[in-house]
Design a protein around this ligand. Sequence first.
Ligand code: GDP
Ligand code: K
Ligand code: MG
Length: 297
Amino acid sequence: MEDQKPHKAGFINIIGNPNVGKSTLMNAFVGEKLSIINSKAQTTRHRILGIVNGDDFQAIFSDTPGIIKPAYQLQSSMMDFVKSAFQDADVLIYLVEIGEKALKDEAFFNKIVNAKIPVILLLNKIDTANEEKLVEQVTYWKEQVPNAEIFAISALKNFGVAEVFDRIIELLPTSPAFYPKDQFTDKPERFFVNEAIREKILKHYKKEIPYSVEVETESFEEEENIIRIRSIIMTERESQKAIIIGHKGESLRRVGTEARKDLERFFGKKIFIELYVKVNKNWRNNENQLKRFGYLG
Ligand code: GDP
Ligand code: K
Ligand code: MG
């Protein structure tokens, strides 16, 4: 009889400052666009799992919001997602970008340095650095996080990601799978609809608009050849609602068209999408509303 390799499975949690490329990295590992990406901070609001399945392993990655000092209740909930990512990790990925300094938030930083589990420090965006800078950075991070294994990568260019993936699989504990082997995320379909719409809002609107918006998908009906979707964009104020809609509804139409194209790719099916805009006063500080949108347990 052939020797069977033991099955490995575990949680690999990605943490770091805003905008260092956490979502880009998770998508690179999973090979799917699960997490939305934008050059604006606070693009990622939830903890999102991306599951990679092999015959003898299951690697469960989690993308988290960037570490910030909370200014309103939504942001406090976002930081609770980050805290939870420390609790169940088998491997911790601390993602930093070229030129960045160690985390200012000491509580989080101490958790990384004193972690009882393997820590991988990934120095991201090396496509933007020369050799000299890279050597200097690796030296700096070795001192800062002596317990970490360090790799230099570019999540965007998919450089070095496969090597890190192989190392992660080595580090995973022997365990049966936690999720069915055909599952690649923990989030329902509607979540990805909301996020695709929110991504277009991040892309097309300025200043506080993207931060004051939440999206809720009221209906998602899959038929044989089409998925019919109706979603609501919620803003905090009337003036924001008017901006989202734009002159003769043009801005809103653009969001709908672009989101639809992304979702057709994601679901592999034709999509029909209707968007509405509603005011939901001060939802970011309203406990009931935060619960409803999945930010509070
Ligand atoms: P997050 O906030 O940590 O999740 O960061 P995102 O994944 O949303 O990325 C923030 C920005 O950094 C986006 O504009 C990405 O395209 C960019 N980015 C991510 N990885 C790389 C990389 O390896 N190289 C470069 N040049 N840019 C990157
Ligand atoms: K971002
Ligand atoms: Mg992100």
